[in-house]
Design a binder for this molecule. Structure first.
Ligand code: CUA
Length: 337
């Protein structure tokens, strides 16, 4: 009995936690605060449907309360008139919901088609899902990057997406709804941010051990900043020849096994795709490891020492690097701007 009460109390506590979590103001994955036209059209549809549901709820519950109070059984009161099987009433309360649904269907279908249409001046970007990170390719510019999706704020982008392994789901709550990334099949999603800003993304489909760490950042830039970013990304990394710590790190990169999976354009180019993020401009990215970690020295040290401790199941192996090798690698990664 005591255990039962305890469990009830515990569950209430969790319910309370869920309730107060809605009060958080730093909520980068909040789908109720749209910051672009696509997310806003979904939001408007949601609120329209919500308020219609509220009106129906109040009317139905009100009618129920009135019926219960007015017609409840009292001593010496005759049984109220029975309406079971009344054809007229049956037709009325069947037709009303049909009309309500038909009314909601109009903006719903329109929004679905609006969201699916390819915008005329859209920039095409490819999104490839991997366990557990997102890869981005800009076919018009010959750029390959990861974890941080950089988009222009002055025009929409059209994402062409697929998965390299299992089902993933691309979701930037402030910019649009979710869309699946399917192995062997292309899906499409439009993004457009109102202003230059940073947004959070999250894989929205369970895809294995580190699904929760499969995150992303979307950075929208003004036209000028976006062009600068493109120009920088198109540059190859320089091959270091000096005797600096960074040059030592470059030789760790080339000899310790990193090249099995990673590419650094201009230093280690390969034909075809590799299974890990392209590191050519690693230092220009604010996050790494599926956007699970901020790009700083402490996080890099922990990650390189034991990747699976941070992302369970990750395909990045523990290369048993020494502290000196890790420090040199971090110095080298810092030059990849
Ligand atoms: Cu990818 Cu969950």
């Amino acid at each position: 009995m005591l255990m039962k009460i305890f469990f009830k109390f515990k569950n209430l506590k969790y319910l309370f936690l869920v309730f107060i979590s809605a009060c958080i103001d730093n909520a980068p994955l909040d789908s109720l605060s749209p910051e672009g036209p696509y997310a806003r059209s979904i939001d408007e549809l949601f609120w329209l449907t919500f308020w219609i549901a509220v009106i129906i709820f109040v009317l139905v519950q009100g009618a129920l309360l009135v019926s219960v109070l007015l017609f409840r059984d009292k001593p010496n009161k005759p049984e109220p008139k029975q309406v079971h099987g009344n054809t007229k009433l049956e037709i009325i309360w069947t037709v009303i919901p049909v009309l309500i649904l038909a009314f909601i269907a109009v903006p719903t279908v329109r929004t679905i088609f609006d969201l699916a249409r390819e915008p005329e001046d859209a920039l095409k970007i490819e999104v490839i899902g991997h366990q557990w990170w997102f890869e981005y390719k800009y076919p018009d510019y010959g750029i390959t990057t990861a974890n941080v999706l950089v988009i222009p704020s002055d025009r929409p982008v059209r994402l062409e997406m697929w998965s390299n392994d299992v089902l993933h789901n691309y979701w930037v709550p402030k910019l649009n709804g979710k869309r699946y990334l399917v192995p062997g099949q292309k899906t499409y999603l439009n993004l457009h941010a109102d202003n230059p800003d940073e947004f959070w993304a999250q894989c929205g489909e369970y895809c294995g051990l580190s699904h929760s760490k499969m995150r992303g950042r979307v950075i929208s830039l003004s036209e000028n900043d976006f062009n600068l970013w493109i120009n920088n990304e198109q540059q190859n990394a320089l091959k270091l020849e000096d005797g600096s710590l960074a040059a030592e790190g470059q030789s760790v990169f080339l000899n310790a096994g990193c090249t099995q999976c990673h590419v650094i354009n201009g230093v280690w180019d390969t034909q075809g795709d590799r299974i890990a993020p392209n590191l050519t401009h690693f230092a220009a990215r604010t996050v790494f490891a599926g956007a699970a970690l901020e790009n700083n020295k402490e996080n890099l040290t922990n990650w390189l020492a034991n990747p699976a401790k941070i992302k369970p199941g990750t395909f990045m192996p523990n290369l048993e690097l020494t502290e000196a090798e890790i420090n040199a690698l971090i110095a080298y990664l810092g030059t990849l701007k």
